[in-house]
Design a protein around this ligand. Structure first.
Ligand code: NAD
Length: 354
């Protein structure tokens, strides 16, 4: 029987509650499809600060490096907000991503037909939206040197090398090949030299993927098109800062922050996490929506090559939503019964094992 080693980072706030539900669902499909998942828990964020006085202990990095994939909840909370920057939970997560070389962030935004009313856009605009933002995660203006600030002047440097653009472009084209075979590369090539190079390199990489259509779009237009007609997009390929903004915009089209998964890949081991934070305001109340984490677990199974199981999970979520089960965040959207975090996990696990 195939065995996969999964590093589990539950983190803080609602992290442990939602990760437990994802594990419940993973176990259901693993036993159905005949593979084994071996979980090893490590501490990250506030939970790690409390024990090791370090938001990302070496033991956590080593444990992740020695795994086949990482399932992560969320970190942070008011308890650790006043610590110096290097000790804060967020710093731990950045360190982990950097140490694992996770340069590509994938954020799919899928609309469930049952939840079209939860979006702030009109149902006819969003029905059928199925797009994925592929964001470069470890370069660009957030990391560029030199950077500087005094009282009168400040600057940052937006820098991309050919290698950095090539490797993220390959990720985007490969994703598109698994989807509807279209890449929209987003830049600001009418103003920025760094975007000119981005465009040239993406054009070159595209030659390796003749089955995938490539279009270029300026970032200001992309921001507008995302709310005007999001259905036109399949894969959106973009750099760090544009991707940061566009992926948040794309995620809000879906309706609830509790529904959106993400994957960070590029190194030896992929990391899978919901896009939301640790939601300290609702932690411990059993009302968090576990679906974003369960969908992240499905992305993890795709990454491990267990596509049949990931599809079972996605179908199960659709069925459970179609039957009208909702967690509290979606209680106003065609709910027949409002359920707890744990009940939602159990329902999805049961449907996935059918
Ligand atoms: P948040 O995403 O935690 O919460 C924003 C709002 O969405 C809150 O009202 C919360 O209750 C709600 N929400 C979030 N997830 C939900 C879910 N699954 N079900 C139902 N409702 C949900 O963002 P925030 O409040 O800005 O940050 C809280 C903490 O999380 C901070 O410490 C922040 O630094 C941290 N954070 C961590 C990550 C991460 O671990 N990757 C990401 C973002 C924020």
């Amino acid at each position: 029987m195939k065995n996969y080693k999964i590093a589990v980072l539950k983190g803080d706030g609602i992290g442990p509650e939602i990760v437990d539900e994802a594990i419940k669902v993973l176990d259901a499909v693993a036993s159905k499809d005949g593979f084994n998942l071996e979980y090893n828990e490590y501490l990250l964020g506030g939970a790690a600060i409390d024990v090791f006085d370090n938001p990302c202990p070496d033991e956590t990095i080593k444990g992740c490096q020695n795994s086949d994939a990482i399932l992560f909840g969320a970190i942070g909370g008011p308890k650790w907000d006043n610590l110096p920057k290097e000790k804060r939970p967020e710093t731990g997560l950045l360190k982990l991503r950097k140490s694992l070389g996770l340069f590509a962030n994938l954020r799919p935004a899928i609309i469930f037909d049952e939840l079209t009313n939860a979006s702030s856009l009109k149902p006819e605009v969003i029905k059928g939206v199925d797009l994925e933002v592929v964001r470069e995660l470890t370069g660009g203006i957030y990391f560029g040197e030199p950077r500087y600030k005094d009282d009168n002047k400040a600057y940052n440097t937006m820098i991309y090398s050919r290698d950095e653009i090539e490797r993220i472009a390959h990720v985007a084209f490969k994703e598109a090949q698994k989807r509807r075979k279209k890449v929209t590369s987003v830049d600001k090539a009418n103003v920025l030299e760094v975007s000119e190079l981005w465009r040239e390199v993406v054009e070159e990489v595209a030659k390796n993927y003749p089955d995938v259509e490539l279009e270029h779009m300026y970032v200001d237009n992309a921001a507008m098109q995302l709310v005007r007609d999001p259905k036109q997009f399949d894969v959106i390929l973009t750099g760090n800062i544009f991707g940061d903004i566009l992926s948040d915009e794309a995620s809000m089209i879906v309706g609830s922050i509790g529904l959106l998964p993400s994957a960070s890949i590029g190194g030896k081991v992929g990391l899978f996490e919901p896009i939301h934070g640790s939601a300290p305001d609702i932690a411990g109340q059993g009302i968090a929506n576990p679906i974003a984490t369960i969908l992240s677990a499905a992305m993890m199974l795709d990454y491990l090559g267990e596509d049949k199981s990931s599809q079972r999970i996605r179908n199960a979520i659709k069925k459970v939503l179609a039957k009208g089960y909702r967690t509290k965040d979606l209680a106003n959207f065609d709910a027949k019964e409002v359920v707890t975090t744990s009940e939602m996990g159990t329902l999805i696990a049961e449907h996935a094992a059918e």
